[in-house]
Structures are given as C-alpha cells and as structure tokens.
Design a protein around this ligand. Sequence first.
Ligand code: NAD
Length: 247
Amino acid sequence: MAVLNGKVALVTGGASGLGEAIVRAYAAEGASVVIADIDAAGGQALAAELGGNARFVTLDVTRQESWDAAIATCDRIDVLVNNAGITTLGSIEEITLDQFRHELDIDVLGVFMGMQTALPKMKAHGGSIINMSSLSGVKASSNLVAYNAAKAAVTLMTKSCALHFAEKGYGIRCNSIHPGAIHTPIIDKVLAQSDDPKALYQSFVDVHPVKRLGRPEEIAAMAVFLASDASAFATGAEFRVDGGASV
Ligand SMILES: NC(=O)c1ccc[n+]([C@@H]2O[C@H](COP(=O)([O-])OP(=O)(O)OC[C@H]3O[C@@H](n4cnc5c(N)ncnc54)[C@H](O)[C@@H]3O)[C@@H](O)[C@H]2O)c1
C-alpha cells in the first residue's frame, strides 16, 4: 500500500540529486509533490515526467518573497523537505567571507525561512519537517569549514524546532537526515573545485567503512519513512545514512 496517500509534500532542491530521488519516491508512494527549485528547466521536466502527482514551483530558498510566493501556491503542506543546498570546499585559510556567507545563506537561512514560512499552514493539521543535514553536520573535515558550520547549524536548529513544536502541541515532527557521500551532481561540483579530483573521490570512498558512496534512493527511502506515519514517534532526531562513516 502507498504510505503517503493523501499527503502534500514540498521538496526544495527537488529538481536534482537527492531532492529528485525524494520527489520520485514520494510520488510513487502516493503523495502529491511540489518540486521547488531555482532550476526551472529541470524541475518542470521532472514534473512533466511524473504527471498528475507532481508540479513545479520556482523557489530561491535565500529570498523571503520567493518563499512567500511558493507557499502561497499550496492549499496545504503535510511534509516539508528542506533539501536544497550547496557544498563549498575550503579550509579556514582558503575560503573567502563572501563564500562563507553564500553557503550559510542557502544551507542555513534557506532552511530557517522554509520552516518559518510553511509553519502557519502546517499548524492547521500537523505534519513532518525533514531537514537535509549531512555527515558533515556531525563530523568535521579540515577542507569544509563553511559546510561544517552550515550543516551543524541545521542539526541543532532542527532539534530546537522539534522541541518547540512538541511543547506547543502542533503535531509537527522535525528531524534531520545525515547522508554520507552520495553520488549526485553536488559531488561532481565539489570534485570540479579540487586540484586532484581522483584523490578526492577516493578519499570520499575511504571515509565509509562499507567502501562505497551511497545511492540517492538510499536517502529517499529514509525521507519516505520520516514523511510517513510509521515514524510518528520520531522527532528531534538525527537519521544517519552514511555507510557507517560517523561511527
Ligand atoms: N550528495 C551528497 O553526497 C550529500 C551528502 C550529504 C548531504 N547532502 C545534502 O543534500 C542536499 C542535496 O544535495 P544534492 O547532492 O542532491 O545536490 P544537487 O546539487 O544535485 O542538488 C541541489 C539542488 O538544490 C537546488 N538549489 C541550489 N540552490 C538553490 C536555491 N538558492 N534555491 C532553491 N534551490 C536551490 C539546485 O538547483 C539543485 O536542484 C544538500 O543540502 C546537500 O548539502 C548531500
């Protein structure tokens, strides 16, 4: 039986990578999916392929007016997946202040605005918020100073909101997913920033005791669980899907 029948889910960054895999899995499980992304071509193509169960809305997660417009198109929202993100490579000695700010704008402020803007609609009936953190939200790397800061912020912001929603009795759960390295376009973009992409790729593999990168579908399966009523007692938790990398 489809486990997301009757639920409306908005997925940011839904046009590519993990977001796309989550959109596909949600549609397959009977949800009505809103693909929210700055990539209009990719998002529209995916919505057209999935047909009646999906539609595209333009969203820049860094702009409040863009959030207001996207949320206004939804009659209801049961599931919000704050997945859009970037990864900026660089140590404290390499990264510029502008790069650091840009990383936080998308990966932290985007998540904050998403939760704050969707909340009034979700409070009407309860639901599930899923924030895409990372292995890098619980484990540091010398060359990921901005990304570590951003994803650690998402990890604790998620818990703060989970506590608040519980205290208020809103019936809204809030959890974070922490993928290890998953082969999506974001990985190719990170490799492109490196002087030695082959060595960097091997270093991603070596981080995982299972000796491989993850697949987008393996993260989507966790996102389905957290969106479904099967996870009704889970809130404020870190769901690590990382081939043992954080152990
Ligand atoms: N791929 C991995 O190994 C990995 C590991 C851990 C965490 N993550 C996290 O998972 C999430 C998705 O990553 P991915 O690998 O699918 O990346 P991706 O680059 O394939 O997809 C990111 C999507 O976000 C969209 N996006 C970027 N900026 C945006 C903005 N300002 N507004 C709206 N949409 C925007 C892009 O258009 C794209 O569709 C990110 O938050 C990332 O940090 C990825």
